[in-house]
Design a protein around this ligand. Structure first.
Ligand code: AMP
Ligand code: GLY
Length: 417
Protein backbone atom coordinates (compact mmCIF):
# COMPACT_ATOMS: atom_id res chain seq x y z
CA UNK A 1 0.00 0.00 0.00
CA UNK A 2 1.18 3.50 -0.82
CA UNK A 3 2.36 5.63 2.09
CA UNK A 4 0.37 8.82 2.68
CA UNK A 5 2.33 12.05 2.60
CA UNK A 6 0.95 14.39 5.23
CA UNK A 7 2.02 17.98 5.85
CA UNK A 8 1.40 19.59 9.23
CA UNK A 9 1.58 23.38 9.29
CA UNK A 10 2.61 24.84 12.65
CA UNK A 11 5.01 23.73 15.36
CA UNK A 12 3.56 24.30 18.81
CA UNK A 13 2.34 21.81 21.38
CA UNK A 14 -0.96 21.40 19.54
CA UNK A 15 0.72 20.35 16.30
CA UNK A 16 3.10 18.03 18.19
CA UNK A 17 0.09 16.34 19.84
CA UNK A 18 -1.51 15.86 16.41
CA UNK A 19 1.70 14.39 14.99
CA UNK A 20 2.22 11.97 17.89
CA UNK A 21 -1.34 10.71 17.55
CA UNK A 22 -1.00 10.20 13.79
CA UNK A 23 2.33 8.39 14.21
CA UNK A 24 1.05 6.22 17.06
CA UNK A 25 -1.95 5.05 15.08
CA UNK A 26 -0.53 4.70 11.56
CA UNK A 27 2.43 2.99 9.98
CA UNK A 28 1.73 3.93 6.40
CA UNK A 29 2.41 7.67 6.69
CA UNK A 30 5.24 10.07 6.04
CA UNK A 31 4.81 13.20 8.13
CA UNK A 32 6.32 16.49 7.04
CA UNK A 33 6.19 19.62 9.14
CA UNK A 34 6.52 23.30 8.40
CA UNK A 35 8.57 24.37 10.22
CA UNK A 36 10.24 21.33 11.79
CA UNK A 37 12.31 22.00 14.88
CA UNK A 38 14.16 18.71 14.99
CA UNK A 39 12.62 17.40 18.19
CA UNK A 40 9.94 14.90 17.19
CA UNK A 41 11.29 11.59 15.85
CA UNK A 42 10.15 10.28 12.47
CA UNK A 43 9.12 13.67 11.11
CA UNK A 44 10.62 15.31 8.03
CA UNK A 45 11.27 19.02 7.62
CA UNK A 46 9.41 20.78 4.81
CA UNK A 47 10.67 24.12 3.52
CA UNK A 48 12.09 25.19 6.88
CA UNK A 49 13.84 28.08 5.13
CA UNK A 50 10.59 29.56 3.71
CA UNK A 51 8.72 32.26 5.61
CA UNK A 52 6.05 33.55 3.24
CA UNK A 53 2.67 31.90 2.61
CA UNK A 54 3.05 32.58 -1.11
CA UNK A 55 6.32 30.65 -1.40
CA UNK A 56 5.03 27.90 0.84
CA UNK A 57 1.93 27.48 -1.33
CA UNK A 58 4.09 27.13 -4.44
CA UNK A 59 6.25 24.47 -2.80
CA UNK A 60 3.26 22.51 -1.50
CA UNK A 61 1.67 22.51 -4.95
CA UNK A 62 4.95 21.46 -6.56
CA UNK A 63 5.57 18.67 -4.03
CA UNK A 64 1.96 17.41 -3.72
CA UNK A 65 0.59 16.01 -0.45
CA UNK A 66 -2.27 13.62 0.31
CA UNK A 67 -3.38 15.90 3.13
CA UNK A 68 -2.42 19.25 4.64
CA UNK A 69 -3.36 19.89 8.26
CA UNK A 70 -3.36 23.55 9.24
CA UNK A 71 -2.79 23.94 12.99
CA UNK A 72 -2.71 27.67 13.86
CA UNK A 73 -5.31 30.37 13.23
CA UNK A 74 -3.18 32.86 11.29
CA UNK A 75 -2.91 30.89 8.01
CA UNK A 76 -6.61 30.00 8.28
CA UNK A 77 -7.65 33.61 8.80
CA UNK A 78 -5.40 34.51 5.85
CA UNK A 79 -7.25 32.05 3.62
CA UNK A 80 -4.48 29.48 3.19
CA UNK A 81 -6.96 26.59 3.15
CA UNK A 82 -8.89 28.16 0.24
CA UNK A 83 -5.66 28.67 -1.66
CA UNK A 84 -4.73 25.00 -1.23
CA UNK A 85 -8.23 23.81 -2.15
CA UNK A 86 -8.03 25.84 -5.33
CA UNK A 87 -5.27 23.40 -6.33
CA UNK A 88 -7.45 20.40 -5.30
CA UNK A 89 -5.31 19.65 -2.28
CA UNK A 90 -7.14 18.02 0.64
CA UNK A 91 -7.01 20.29 3.66
CA UNK A 92 -8.07 20.00 7.27
CA UNK A 93 -9.02 23.56 8.21
CA UNK A 94 -11.96 25.86 7.48
CA UNK A 95 -12.29 28.38 4.68
CA UNK A 96 -11.28 32.01 5.23
CA UNK A 97 -14.91 32.99 5.79
CA UNK A 98 -15.30 30.23 8.35
CA UNK A 99 -12.12 31.37 10.09
CA UNK A 100 -13.67 34.82 10.50
CA UNK A 101 -15.50 33.36 13.48
CA UNK A 102 -12.13 33.68 15.17
CA UNK A 103 -10.56 36.42 13.07
CA UNK A 104 -13.28 38.99 13.70
CA UNK A 105 -15.04 39.10 17.05
CA UNK A 106 -17.51 41.58 15.55
CA UNK A 107 -18.36 39.10 12.77
CA UNK A 108 -18.67 36.28 15.34
CA UNK A 109 -20.96 38.35 17.58
CA UNK A 110 -23.21 39.30 14.66
CA UNK A 111 -23.30 35.65 13.57
CA UNK A 112 -24.28 34.53 17.09
CA UNK A 113 -26.99 37.16 17.37
CA UNK A 114 -28.37 36.42 13.93
CA UNK A 115 -28.63 32.67 14.52
CA UNK A 116 -29.77 32.73 18.15
CA UNK A 117 -26.57 31.40 19.74
CA UNK A 118 -26.51 32.43 23.42
CA UNK A 119 -23.77 34.98 24.07
CA UNK A 120 -23.02 37.99 26.28
CA UNK A 121 -24.76 41.26 25.35
CA UNK A 122 -22.44 43.76 23.75
CA UNK A 123 -21.99 46.97 21.85
CA UNK A 124 -19.46 47.64 19.09
CA UNK A 125 -17.19 50.69 18.84
CA UNK A 126 -15.14 51.31 15.70
CA UNK A 127 -14.26 55.02 15.94
CA UNK A 128 -12.71 56.40 19.12
CA UNK A 129 -13.66 60.09 18.85
CA UNK A 130 -17.15 59.62 17.42
CA UNK A 131 -18.24 56.74 19.60
CA UNK A 132 -16.32 56.87 22.89
CA UNK A 133 -19.34 58.30 24.72
CA UNK A 134 -21.07 54.96 24.28
CA UNK A 135 -18.86 53.82 27.15
CA UNK A 136 -20.81 56.13 29.47
CA UNK A 137 -24.00 54.16 29.05
CA UNK A 138 -22.75 50.62 29.81
CA UNK A 139 -22.95 48.87 33.17
CA UNK A 140 -19.54 48.08 34.69
CA UNK A 141 -17.57 45.89 34.88
CA UNK A 142 -17.27 44.95 31.21
CA UNK A 143 -14.92 42.96 29.01
CA UNK A 144 -13.40 44.94 26.16
CA UNK A 145 -12.27 42.86 23.21
CA UNK A 146 -10.18 43.87 20.25
CA UNK A 147 -12.07 42.47 17.26
CA UNK A 148 -9.17 40.93 15.37
CA UNK A 149 -6.49 38.40 16.27
CA UNK A 150 -4.44 39.58 19.23
CA UNK A 151 -2.46 36.46 20.19
CA UNK A 152 -4.81 35.63 23.06
CA UNK A 153 -4.30 39.02 24.72
CA UNK A 154 -7.24 40.88 23.19
CA UNK A 155 -9.78 40.57 26.04
CA UNK A 156 -9.42 43.04 28.92
CA UNK A 157 -11.46 43.21 32.13
CA UNK A 158 -12.54 46.81 32.80
CA UNK A 159 -13.79 47.70 36.24
CA UNK A 160 -14.95 51.24 35.44
CA UNK A 161 -15.42 53.90 32.77
CA UNK A 162 -11.95 55.50 33.14
CA UNK A 163 -10.14 52.23 32.60
CA UNK A 164 -12.44 51.23 29.74
CA UNK A 165 -11.76 54.56 28.02
CA UNK A 166 -8.00 54.01 28.34
CA UNK A 167 -8.27 50.50 26.87
CA UNK A 168 -10.47 51.76 24.03
CA UNK A 169 -7.83 54.35 23.19
CA UNK A 170 -5.05 51.74 23.43
CA UNK A 171 -6.89 49.53 20.96
CA UNK A 172 -8.28 52.03 18.47
CA UNK A 173 -5.81 54.91 18.61
CA UNK A 174 -2.48 53.58 19.92
CA UNK A 175 -2.75 50.25 18.08
CA UNK A 176 -1.41 48.43 21.12
CA UNK A 177 -3.17 45.25 19.98
CA UNK A 178 -2.20 45.61 16.33
CA UNK A 179 -4.36 47.12 13.62
CA UNK A 180 -7.97 46.53 14.77
CA UNK A 181 -11.28 47.15 12.96
CA UNK A 182 -13.14 47.78 16.23
CA UNK A 183 -13.86 46.81 19.81
CA UNK A 184 -16.60 44.76 21.43
CA UNK A 185 -17.71 45.98 24.83
CA UNK A 186 -19.29 42.98 26.47
CA UNK A 187 -21.31 42.48 29.65
CA UNK A 188 -19.28 40.70 32.31
CA UNK A 189 -20.50 37.16 32.94
CA UNK A 190 -19.61 35.14 35.99
CA UNK A 191 -19.42 31.39 35.93
CA UNK A 192 -17.25 28.37 35.20
CA UNK A 193 -15.61 28.11 31.82
CA UNK A 194 -15.35 25.04 29.63
CA UNK A 195 -13.92 24.36 26.22
CA UNK A 196 -16.18 22.56 23.77
CA UNK A 197 -14.40 21.45 20.62
CA UNK A 198 -16.25 19.89 17.73
CA UNK A 199 -15.42 18.81 14.21
CA UNK A 200 -17.59 20.05 11.37
CA UNK A 201 -17.90 18.35 8.01
CA UNK A 202 -20.73 17.82 5.53
CA UNK A 203 -23.02 20.02 7.67
CA UNK A 204 -22.69 17.65 10.62
CA UNK A 205 -20.67 17.76 13.80
CA UNK A 206 -18.99 15.47 16.32
CA UNK A 207 -17.90 16.87 19.66
CA UNK A 208 -14.94 16.02 21.85
CA UNK A 209 -15.48 15.54 25.60
CA UNK A 210 -15.56 18.70 27.73
CA UNK A 211 -12.16 20.09 28.62
CA UNK A 212 -10.85 23.03 30.58
CA UNK A 213 -7.67 24.98 30.21
CA UNK A 214 -6.19 27.08 32.98
CA UNK A 215 -5.50 30.46 31.44
CA UNK A 216 -3.90 32.36 34.31
CA UNK A 217 -0.16 32.08 34.79
CA UNK A 218 -0.17 31.30 38.51
CA UNK A 219 -1.84 28.92 40.98
CA UNK A 220 -5.34 29.78 42.25
CA UNK A 221 -6.01 31.56 38.96
CA UNK A 222 -3.75 34.45 39.82
CA UNK A 223 -1.39 36.30 37.52
CA UNK A 224 -1.84 37.28 33.91
CA UNK A 225 -3.83 35.53 31.21
CA UNK A 226 -1.69 33.18 29.12
CA UNK A 227 -2.31 30.90 26.16
CA UNK A 228 -3.06 28.17 28.74
CA UNK A 229 -0.95 26.62 31.51
CA UNK A 230 -2.51 23.17 31.41
CA UNK A 231 -5.72 21.32 30.65
CA UNK A 232 -7.91 18.48 31.82
CA UNK A 233 -10.61 16.36 30.25
CA UNK A 234 -13.28 15.20 30.92
CA UNK A 235 -14.71 17.39 33.70
CA UNK A 236 -16.29 15.97 36.85
CA UNK A 237 -18.37 19.12 37.35
CA UNK A 238 -20.12 18.82 33.97
CA UNK A 239 -22.72 16.13 33.31
CA UNK A 240 -22.35 14.28 30.04
CA UNK A 241 -26.04 14.75 29.36
CA UNK A 242 -25.97 18.54 29.83
CA UNK A 243 -22.81 18.85 27.77
CA UNK A 244 -24.27 16.90 24.85
CA UNK A 245 -27.47 18.93 25.04
CA UNK A 246 -25.53 22.22 24.95
CA UNK A 247 -23.38 20.85 22.14
CA UNK A 248 -26.46 20.05 20.08
CA UNK A 249 -28.03 23.48 20.67
CA UNK A 250 -24.84 25.35 19.76
CA UNK A 251 -23.55 23.24 16.88
CA UNK A 252 -26.99 22.86 15.26
CA UNK A 253 -27.32 26.66 15.24
CA UNK A 254 -23.75 27.19 14.07
CA UNK A 255 -24.22 24.76 11.19
CA UNK A 256 -27.58 26.30 10.25
CA UNK A 257 -25.88 29.70 10.26
CA UNK A 258 -23.02 28.44 8.11
CA UNK A 259 -25.48 26.99 5.61
CA UNK A 260 -27.47 30.23 5.49
CA UNK A 261 -24.31 32.31 5.03
CA UNK A 262 -22.75 29.89 2.57
CA UNK A 263 -19.71 29.29 4.77
CA UNK A 264 -17.67 26.20 3.95
CA UNK A 265 -16.33 24.69 7.17
CA UNK A 266 -14.15 21.58 7.19
CA UNK A 267 -12.24 21.58 10.41
CA UNK A 268 -12.55 22.00 14.12
CA UNK A 269 -14.57 24.68 15.87
CA UNK A 270 -13.46 25.60 19.37
CA UNK A 271 -16.31 27.01 21.43
CA UNK A 272 -15.25 28.81 24.61
CA UNK A 273 -18.23 28.63 26.97
CA UNK A 274 -19.06 30.19 30.30
CA UNK A 275 -21.84 28.64 32.37
CA UNK A 276 -24.02 31.14 34.13
CA UNK A 277 -26.00 28.93 36.47
CA UNK A 278 -26.63 26.07 34.11
CA UNK A 279 -26.93 28.19 30.98
CA UNK A 280 -24.02 28.17 28.54
CA UNK A 281 -22.96 31.43 26.87
CA UNK A 282 -20.43 31.49 24.05
CA UNK A 283 -17.45 33.69 24.93
CA UNK A 284 -15.47 32.98 21.81
CA UNK A 285 -15.08 30.84 18.75
CA UNK A 286 -11.73 29.63 17.48
CA UNK A 287 -11.31 28.06 14.07
CA UNK A 288 -8.55 25.67 15.17
CA UNK A 289 -7.76 23.17 17.90
CA UNK A 290 -7.19 24.60 21.39
CA UNK A 291 -3.73 24.59 22.84
CA UNK A 292 -3.28 22.85 25.31
CA UNK A 293 -6.78 21.26 25.13
CA UNK A 294 -5.75 19.23 22.08
CA UNK A 295 -3.01 17.54 24.05
CA UNK A 296 -5.60 16.00 26.39
CA UNK A 297 -8.44 15.46 23.92
CA UNK A 298 -6.36 13.55 21.40
CA UNK A 299 -4.84 11.36 24.08
CA UNK A 300 -8.38 10.16 24.88
CA UNK A 301 -9.46 9.59 21.25
CA UNK A 302 -9.90 5.96 20.23
CA UNK A 303 -10.67 6.43 16.50
CA UNK A 304 -7.91 6.74 13.96
CA UNK A 305 -7.25 10.48 13.70
CA UNK A 306 -6.00 10.13 10.13
CA UNK A 307 -9.36 8.69 9.00
CA UNK A 308 -11.12 11.56 10.74
CA UNK A 309 -8.91 14.16 9.08
CA UNK A 310 -9.44 12.60 5.65
CA UNK A 311 -13.20 12.54 6.17
CA UNK A 312 -13.31 16.16 7.28
CA UNK A 313 -10.99 17.32 4.50
CA UNK A 314 -13.14 15.43 1.95
CA UNK A 315 -16.39 16.89 3.38
CA UNK A 316 -17.60 13.40 4.27
CA UNK A 317 -19.39 12.21 7.41
CA UNK A 318 -16.97 12.20 10.31
CA UNK A 319 -18.15 8.94 11.89
CA UNK A 320 -18.89 8.57 15.58
CA UNK A 321 -15.96 9.54 17.77
CA UNK A 322 -15.16 7.28 20.72
CA UNK A 323 -13.07 8.17 23.74
CA UNK A 324 -11.24 6.26 26.46
CA UNK A 325 -13.06 6.13 29.73
CA UNK A 326 -10.14 7.83 31.48
CA UNK A 327 -8.91 11.25 32.55
CA UNK A 328 -6.28 13.11 30.58
CA UNK A 329 -4.14 15.86 32.05
CA UNK A 330 -1.46 18.12 30.61
CA UNK A 331 0.71 20.54 32.55
CA UNK A 332 2.75 23.23 30.83
CA UNK A 333 6.39 23.85 31.70
CA UNK A 334 6.91 27.55 30.97
CA UNK A 335 9.84 29.96 30.90
CA UNK A 336 10.08 32.14 34.05
CA UNK A 337 8.41 35.48 33.36
CA UNK A 338 5.95 34.10 30.75
CA UNK A 339 3.62 35.63 29.47
CA UNK A 340 5.59 38.89 29.81
CA UNK A 341 9.36 39.00 29.53
CA UNK A 342 11.14 35.68 29.51
CA UNK A 343 14.31 34.12 28.16
CA UNK A 344 14.58 31.86 25.15
CA UNK A 345 17.25 29.20 24.55
CA UNK A 346 16.66 27.71 27.99
CA UNK A 347 18.22 24.26 27.88
CA UNK A 348 15.95 21.34 28.67
CA UNK A 349 18.20 18.60 29.99
CA UNK A 350 17.37 14.89 29.78
CA UNK A 351 14.58 15.54 27.29
CA UNK A 352 12.83 12.39 26.12
CA UNK A 353 9.62 12.04 24.14
CA UNK A 354 8.28 9.45 26.54
CA UNK A 355 8.87 8.80 30.21
CA UNK A 356 7.18 5.62 31.37
CA UNK A 357 3.63 6.19 30.12
CA UNK A 358 3.82 9.98 30.10
CA UNK A 359 4.27 11.90 26.84
CA UNK A 360 6.59 14.92 26.96
CA UNK A 361 5.13 17.03 24.17
CA UNK A 362 7.45 19.76 22.87
CA UNK A 363 5.60 23.07 22.57
CA UNK A 364 8.38 25.58 21.86
CA UNK A 365 11.51 23.53 21.68
CA UNK A 366 14.22 23.06 19.07
CA UNK A 367 17.13 20.69 18.77
CA UNK A 368 20.48 22.32 18.15
CA UNK A 369 23.34 19.85 17.77
CA UNK A 370 22.46 17.48 20.57
CA UNK A 371 20.90 20.10 22.87
CA UNK A 372 17.21 20.93 23.37
CA UNK A 373 16.58 24.68 23.65
CA UNK A 374 13.37 26.67 24.26
CA UNK A 375 12.03 28.93 21.51
CA UNK A 376 9.05 30.46 23.34
CA UNK A 377 7.17 30.85 26.62
CA UNK A 378 5.41 27.51 26.83
CA UNK A 379 8.15 24.91 26.44
CA UNK A 380 6.81 21.42 27.25
CA UNK A 381 3.41 19.85 27.87
CA UNK A 382 3.66 16.91 30.24
CA UNK A 383 0.68 14.79 29.28
CA UNK A 384 -0.85 11.54 30.50
CA UNK A 385 -4.04 9.55 30.93
CA UNK A 386 -5.29 7.26 33.66
CA UNK A 387 -8.56 5.87 35.00
CA UNK A 388 -7.69 7.34 38.40
CA UNK A 389 -7.45 11.12 38.55
CA UNK A 390 -5.30 10.95 41.71
CA UNK A 391 -2.82 8.57 40.07
CA UNK A 392 -2.73 10.69 36.94
CA UNK A 393 -1.86 13.86 38.84
CA UNK A 394 0.87 12.00 40.68
CA UNK A 395 2.35 10.61 37.44
CA UNK A 396 2.28 13.95 35.63
CA UNK A 397 3.67 15.96 38.52
CA UNK A 398 6.34 13.36 39.30
CA UNK A 399 7.49 13.70 35.71
CA UNK A 400 7.42 17.48 35.39
CA UNK A 401 9.53 17.91 38.49
CA UNK A 402 12.50 16.38 36.61
CA UNK A 403 12.57 19.54 34.51
CA UNK A 404 12.35 22.00 37.38
CA UNK A 405 15.06 24.64 37.66
CA UNK A 406 15.40 28.39 38.24
CA UNK A 407 14.59 29.24 34.59
CA UNK A 408 11.15 27.60 34.39
CA UNK A 409 7.87 27.27 36.30
CA UNK A 410 4.59 25.40 36.23
CA UNK A 411 1.24 25.52 38.03
CA UNK A 412 0.62 22.87 40.65
CA UNK A 413 -3.19 23.04 40.53
CA UNK A 414 -3.93 22.00 36.96
CA UNK A 415 -7.05 19.84 36.90
CA UNK A 416 -8.49 21.36 40.07
CA UNK A 417 -11.38 23.82 39.74
P1 AMP B 1 -11.75 35.53 24.89
O1 AMP B 1 -10.49 35.98 24.21
O2 AMP B 1 -12.98 36.14 24.38
O3 AMP B 1 -11.85 34.05 25.04
O4 AMP B 1 -11.55 35.97 26.41
C1 AMP B 1 -10.46 35.50 27.19
C2 AMP B 1 -10.93 35.23 28.61
O5 AMP B 1 -11.50 36.43 29.16
C3 AMP B 1 -12.05 34.19 28.70
O6 AMP B 1 -11.55 32.89 28.77
C4 AMP B 1 -12.72 34.61 30.00
O7 AMP B 1 -11.99 34.14 31.11
C5 AMP B 1 -12.62 36.10 29.97
N1 AMP B 1 -13.84 36.70 29.39
C6 AMP B 1 -14.03 37.09 28.12
N2 AMP B 1 -15.25 37.63 27.94
C7 AMP B 1 -15.85 37.60 29.13
C8 AMP B 1 -17.13 38.02 29.60
N3 AMP B 1 -18.01 38.60 28.78
N4 AMP B 1 -17.43 37.82 30.89
C9 AMP B 1 -16.52 37.23 31.72
N5 AMP B 1 -15.31 36.83 31.34
C10 AMP B 1 -14.97 37.00 30.06
N1 GLY C 1 -6.36 27.25 25.21
C1 GLY C 1 -6.99 28.35 24.63
C2 GLY C 1 -6.88 28.45 23.18
O1 GLY C 1 -6.36 27.56 22.53
O2 GLY C 1 -7.32 29.44 22.63
Amino acid sequence: MKNFDILVIGNGGREAAIIYKLLEQNENINIYQWQYQGVISNVNPFCNDIDSDEELLKEIVKRGFDLVIIGPEIPLVNGFSDQLRAYSIDVFGPSQRGAMLEGSKIFAKEFMEKFGIPTAKSITICDFEDEKDKLKSVIYPVFMKASGLAGGKGAVFCENYDFALKILEDILVNNKFGDQEGVLVEEYLQGVEISMLGLISNNKYEIFPPSRDHKRALDNNEGLNTGGMGAISPLDDISKCDYEKWGKIIFDKVIAGMKAENIQYNGVLYVGLILVGNIPFVLEFNCRFGDPETQVLLSLLKNNLLDIFFNVAGNKDIGKMEFKNEYALTVVLAAKGYPERYNKNIEIKNYKELMKDIRIIPANLKKVDERFLSTGGRILNITGTDKSYAKLREKVYNTIKHFKNENVFYRIDIGEI
